[in-house]
Design a protein around this ligand. Structure first.
Ligand SMILES: NC(=O)CCC(=O)C(=O)O
Length: 282
């Protein structure tokens, strides 16, 4: 039950086809022994045109994607993390890129709205990404208690902002998930370094589920979904194509590393916040 898995997919705009494929891969993950399964960002719909209709359908909680997550979690008796779906908040009706956590009874027990939106020019055919056109950003970090321990939630571009991960681990997370649709170009340059850095500096497991390959509309994603341990070692990795990565979460391994090298205790937040101008030599 302490086994976890990340699913790597090549999603397109067809929700039904994506959910069918996700179901096959979730079944593979549970056959491999995973009790907690992470789907990638945009697993159910990748492509700007699909977003608005998906968001509207999911608004009142009876849309096909939320039903799918609940059914799959119940069917396999697993914790299922729905990487991200476009989900409006009741307060303002505006969509967030939300990661939903569903327990084995099919209940939604946590929701995390992506904090950092990907508004970036990438050198892959001079593509512009403007997530803020479709989404509002979230405004709070979220942890959830599961049988593999406390899990910190994040999504894709968040991985570039280390203070979020520090906060999640200060709140007790031993595993942080990073469902992603990381681009091929930025992934080749930064993906593994960023994920391993977040694992090493926080001495926690990192489970990352990425999209992989060519998507309709010309977008390309990097794959390389992986599980990284608290020492920064890659436990399992899938470079390309669709499939799963999996491994065990060992709380003793986290504790041993944190005891031998207690960086959280050595951290000097107060000093780091006070950068002062260099004094002139007299
Ligand atoms: N969907 C995303 O947040 C993409 C992030 C990404 O590719 C990056 O380089 O950061």
């Amino acid at each position: 039950m302490n086994h976890v898995a990340a699913i790597q997919m090549t999603s397109g705009p067809d929700v039904e086809a994506n959910l069918e494929r996700a179901a096959e891969l979730i079944a593979d993950a549970t056959t491999a022994g995973a009790g907690l399964v992470l789907l990638p960002e945009c697993f159910a719909a990748l492509g700007a045109k699909a977003l608005a209709s998906v968001a509207a359908a999911e608004y009142d909680g009876r849309g096909p994607i939320r039903r799918f997550l609940a059914e799959q979690a119940r069917l396999h008796g697993i914790w299922l993390l729905g990487g991200s779906i476009p989900l409006p908040r009741q307060a303002d009706g505006k969509a967030r890129a939300s990661c939903l956590v569903v327990d084995p009874a099919g209940e939604e027990v946590a929701r995390y709205d992506k904090l950092h939106l990907f508004d970036v020019e990438v050198a892959d055919g001079h593509r512009s990404y403007r997530e803020s056109k479709d989404y509002q950003h979230g405004d709070q970090p979220v942890c959830v208690d599961t049988p593999v321990g406390r899990v910190g939630l994040s999504i894709c571009y968040d991985v570039r902002f280390p203070e979020l991960y520090q906060q999640l681990c200060r709140d007790g997370a031993g595993l942080i998930v990073v469902p992603s649709a990381f681009t091929r170009v930025t992934g080749a340059a930064h993906w593994e370094v960023l994920l391993r850095a977040r694992a090493i500096e926080n001495q926690c497991y990192v489970l990352a589920a990425n999209q992989s390959g060519q998507h309709p509309g010309g977008r390309e994603t990097f794959g390389h979904s992986c599980l990284i341990d608290p020492w920064g070692e890659i436990v399992d990795l899938l470079a390309e194509g669709e499939g799963i990565v999996c491994g065990a979460i060992d709380p003793q391994h986290i504790q041993n590393i944190r005891e031998r090298m207690p960086v959280a205790r050595h951290r000097r937040f107060a000093v780091a916040d006070q950068v002062v101008p260099a004094a002139k030599e007299s």
